[in-house]
Design a protein around this ligand. Sequence first.
Ligand code: PEP
Ligand code: MG
Length: 570
Amino acid sequence: MTDTSQPRSSIRGTGVVAGLAYGTARWVRRAETLDPPAAPEGGTQPDEEQVERGKQRFTEAAATVAERLAQRAALATGVSAEVLTANAGLARDRGWAKTVVRELKKGRSVEEATVAATETFAAMFVKAGARQAERVTDLRDICARVVAELRGLPEPGIPAFDEPGVLLADDLAPADTAGLDADMVLGLVIEHGGPTSHTAIIARQLGIPCVVAAGGLTAVPDGARVLVDGGAGTVAVDPDADSASEAAAADRRVREKAATWTGPAALADGHPVDLLANVQDADGAQRAAAGQGAGIGLFRTELAFLDRPAEPTVDEQAEMYARVLGAFPDSKVVTRTLDAGSDKPLAFAGMAEEENPALGVRGIRVDLLDRGLVDRQLDALAEAGRRVGGAQSSPWVMAPMIATVDEAADFAERCRARGLTPGIMVEVPSVAVAVDRFLPHVDFLSIGTNDLTQYVMAADRMSSDLAALTDPWQPAVLRLIRSVAEAAGRAPGGRTVPVGVCGEAAADPHLACVLLGLGVSSLSVADAALPHVGAALTGRTLEQCRELATAALDCDTARDARAAVMARSG
Ligand code: PEP
Ligand code: MG
């Protein structure tokens, strides 16, 4: 039988602003394609009058565009106003105008000269790398507006919304993002663009659920109904209308509540919850400390070193770790040793290319190549703990991708020898299945639901086609989490071993409640998701979380589990 409540297709990108948005997809009016013009043919050179006329037309068109942007800037606030003002400045840039004139002198038409001059600057920005490269979107957008003005065409950009909907774009111009009406634009999906693009920054400011880098978005037709999940980074096309509307409405209520939520986190009955932040460097730790998190549940050290060609020295590492620990001098900070390999290649880890990297040498298996890498990390962390002192004098540290008891015991021994508090991640099903054998060796567990789901469901977490399988609501995954939490609650020697969840599952406010009901004691989520989870917790008692967990466990599919919890969440 065909399951009609499944979305027709699902697209996966990078979620940059958490939240659900369900509505009609509206594509941004694309600017006419402006191919970089070919080199002008030799022959008659333009006379001075022609060049002067071209220059005049360009100057007028650019001034008109700059004026419009400046007017919009005057009506905007915050980052939006800054972006619009900066773009108005770009439209008036003298260097750009001079380059246009140089191109006119080669015999190009004024439109061609505008595009050629823009591409010269775009190439320079791309060469400058990273953040500068992301400004290429701004530049090309201004160029498209000037060319439209030269051609007497309407300004490219956002269509008029007659009802609230979801905006789709190849690469939304920052000038358009800045002018977005958050009442009409429920969600934003961009095929290109990264998490630090202006589009993402402004969407965050406006609180519009947003997904960037959504490969394959072009296939979604204007007018399709879409459900955007800005936390999970997915776009479901033509999902079941009732459950999508219900989910979006429930999410909107949670977001409204989240805007005013402050920590520390607790359930409605006062039961305290350790709600922590996931960070990847010292700056992230400082940001987390300025927010509502009670500490750090996952410091992904490999992400701090992704751009390093060589291994940082122990002293360099100690300095960085001390800054992370120092951000929360009196609270829990959990550092994870390098999870290099698979989707996070580290130049200095010496890993070879593999056919199946997710099943290959990654995480703690780096020991097979060089035990020194992890040992030096542990040395550095112990040193950082000594420098910060107090509550951080025995830092919590965990290993990723542990699969055997031997690995866990070996890791714990190396940690204890340095005065560290050892834990392991539960990501490989072998640990979840036989967790009682691991418990005697460690002081805490942290469930990495991203990888645990990938390995339980035998589905690549990077594959957008398999997004329905890599859904952490899969009842098989929930059952494993329950059995891990139960076993940790009655560890040998009458101990209770704390169990956290630090995968994306914890960032889903409804699933977060289910996880607590399953017996998990701490949740660690990305900064942006923290208030959403914190606010959701205030609406349920521990008993209600347990009921939600029971309802989810009693389902056969991820979809039913989610729906069962939504139906009880009101
Ligand atoms: C996980 O697998 O859930 C996890 C937190 O680790 P990462 O996403 O960094 O692999
Ligand atoms: Mg993982």
